[in-house]
Design a protein around this ligand. Sequence first.
Ligand code: NMX
Ligand code: MLT
Length: 433
Amino acid sequence: ASDLKSVLKEKIPEQQERLKAIKKTHGSKELGKVTVDMAIGGMRGITGLLWETSLLDPEEGIRFRGYSIPELQEKLPAAKEGGEPLPEGLLWLLLTGEIPSKEQVDALSAELSYRGKALPGHVHKVLAALPAGTHPMTQFSTAVLALQPESHFAAAYQKGISKLNYWDPVYEDSMNLIAKLPGIAAAIYRNTYKGGKLIPHDTSLDWAANLSHQMGFDGEEVYELTRLYQTIHTDHEGGNVSAHATHLVGSALSDPYFSFSAGLNGLAGPLHGLANQEVLRWLFDVTKQIGPTPTKDEVEKFVWDTLKSGKVVPGFGHAVLRKTDPRYTCQREFAQKHLPDDPMFKLVSLFYEVVPGVLTEQGKVKNPWPNVDAHSGVLLQYYGIKEENFYTVLFGVSRAIGVLSQGIWSRALGLAIERPKSVTMDVLEKKFA
Ligand code: NMX
Ligand code: MLT
């Protein structure tokens, strides 16, 4: 088989058997213990989710189906020889576990282009009805929800579809949604910042280039940035807020539109995906208060002032990672290659030198190193995408590829509705008295 759905379909029975065997042989074994700290500390450190598409190592960072980011840059098909990976290739990998050929990726690009070329008219009307100044993430989540009446899964469920076939309409919904996201994001961008003049979808472009094109940014270098950006933000195992929210809502058999909209609402939080917007705002604050080329000492004082005022340093720290995020590193390498002299890149580099030392000295954070959000905005602003309130939408477009791929597998594997047990303080006091 050469099309994605057929390749995926072939894989499903063997993975169902694999999970059945794991359950039978290891079902009653312990994965770890749960302490009171964990229950009141955001469930940090509890291993309690099955997530097939990616796995995070605290020291090394993310691996997608076993592949690190540098490996993906080497192995996934690119638009041009030696270029950045095409996110369609990662979608294929996440769904099938296999690196696709260039022909397979081109076919998938064409399929997504076909599925995504027109947005239903009512989505534009819904967006237009929101008050001026509505945050792009509110618009994004609303637009995704407005597509929900198109759900094949919701319709099939109403008709009484068998459990065994859930994955099929979930696949259709997920592919349709992924295909439409560049058009939705671009419409939000053009409406909010460019007077509402929309740019049509170009069927000759790949999925990521189409996103950049419809936003109004053309050129091979900005397309390459968009391909890299859209590849690296896709997935970060299952416990992060956007993935977990999507997974949780999907576990009730809410369709992919409902579940991904929920994930986006989580991504819109400043401790999660909104941090990329906050980083840019913070960098601009530095240049406003100190000037365009602050010294190391001035930056150090600025970081301490941020901490002393009770705020977090955006773009630094992580719930699971304990080293510099490889997604930060690959963006830094992109900047070193394409914009080495950009003053904002130099500022980001200076923060990389200064912030980890300050956070370590303060002694509170478990990880003083930068995460993905510390670098992404600076690359975007260099290519003219300067409206930082929009940045989390670009993160969300990419995140769909990861969380919806897992969503298809969750239904194929028959994963259960999520419903962990909670306790009250009363229970804790009595239990350990
Ligand atoms: N600046 C200041 N304080 C911090 C930071 C930071 N960057 N990171 C952690 N802390 C504090 C944290 O608030 C907590 O304080 P308290 O005990 O007073 O509640 C203490 O250090 C211990 O926190 P950790 O266990 O190190 O981190 P946790 O797992 O709770 O939170 C983040 C992880 C990512 C929410 C946190 O590091 C943070 O707020 N970072 C800044 C926001 C950010 O960049 N988020 C983006 C994450 C990536 N993404 O895209 O989602
Ligand atoms: C993510 O990409 O989801 C973030 O790094 C947050 C996380 O993994 O907790």
